[in-house]
Design a protein around this ligand. Sequence first.
Ligand code: GDP
Ligand code: IMO
Ligand code: MG
Length: 430
Amino acid sequence: MPSVVVLGTQWGDEGKGKIVHLLGKQADYIVRYQGGPNAGHTVVFDDKKFVLHLIPAGILIPKKICVIANGVVVDPLSIYEEIKLLEKRDISVKGRLFISELAHLIFPYHKIMDIAREESKAGETKIGTTRKGIGPTYADKVERVGIRLVDYLEPETFSKLLEQNLLLKKHFIEKVSTVDKVRKEILDQAKFLRPFFKKFACDTSALLNKALDQKKKVMFESAQGTLLDIDFGTYPFVTSSNPIAGSVGSGCGIGPSRIGSVLGIAKAYTTRVGEGPMPTELKDSVGERLRAAGQEFGATTGRPRRCGWFDAPVVRRSILVNGIKDLVLTKIDVLGGIEKIKVCVAYKYRGKTYKEFPNSRAAINECVPVYETVPGFGPISQDIRNFKDLPVNAKKYVQYLEKILGLKFTLVSLGKSRDETISTSTKSIW
Ligand code: GDP
Ligand code: IMO
Ligand code: MG
């Protein structure tokens, strides 16, 4: 089947950008199906670094067609700026970037609402969002008051919908600004951006179905990770979309029968940004060491990421809910130099052992990780290209993870750039 979903198996930032940039070479189309500018996907090549928020990482591979499908929420100004930034760096998107007319748009009032909720003292849960307006935009979509790109492109339709929304959001807007100011800002922007968006807007469902009919290879690039999924993540400390593979169908307008394989990316340890439970978090010098060695700072917000040991129940949940058949291990180099490495194989809560990730809030919040300790390894040279050349204990670590997860890694990543990767299987991902 010529389609593959590439997704994060933990709390995001697993290295999706790097892996899509590496494997996207084999694809014809690279597609974002959910999330929005909350994502930050880093791609490093030829001593250059790019951080993509809304545009698929495939845009950095010459000639690839990139699609922002209907499941994504798009901030008109931020995508305009992202495109301009790419063009400044000689990456042309002309003729190879398409945005779904059905994608919902993020407006300044969504950001105001996101921030108001985060700062609310009224007992609402602080999530530690990226403050990009993601939650309120998806909420509008479900509430059936959202504004889609197709609506934005029709000035009259847009003005009516905008008025309806300004009225609904008046209470929030007036806490920080005035409705008149916000209306003017949005209308001025729309006037300027509308001709620009006309070049990219189309029916991306038709585009992708046609590509699949023509046996083109399509890669779906998730944002966030499964533990941030609105259904299967650590609710309510999640994002407001479904990063899981199952949402590719609704997020792109293609039938489930057209989705081929699912490739899960797992970091060799665990990180999380924002609030919410993280059973293996290390609030000590080892956690700090992982953060420093892995440069674990948010690609979108710059916030320090919380770091901890590899958590097998987390990745097992991802394997299960996504139907993952192949895994990629990233950032094994970051563990180099740690004498003893711990791996969480299960949780203990009120005398019961959980091998699988529990659903109860109390269990997730209060569980104690059950660790197994494995010997560490020295620094990993980023020049290594064969599995056999890795330090013995690094090889053993990879094999140990494979054993406890019940799946093989097809790639092991040991550096930022796409060359710094070891292929451990000859099996095709397609
Ligand atoms: P994404 O959101 O999943 O695309 O991941 P991010 O880009 O937010 O974070 C991953 C970070 O790790 C980026 O800075 C990457 O350049 C970097 N990275 C990716 N793979 C590796 C690796 O194998 N080793 C090291 N040291 N860094 C890596
Ligand atoms: P990538 O694609 C890591 C987190 C936020 C917060 C929660 C909700 O780079 O892996 P939101 O702004 O979505 O309402 O915030 O989700 N979050 C991410 N964490 N990587 C991401 O994206 C994230 N996108 C959102 O920190 O905890
Ligand atoms: Mg990221």
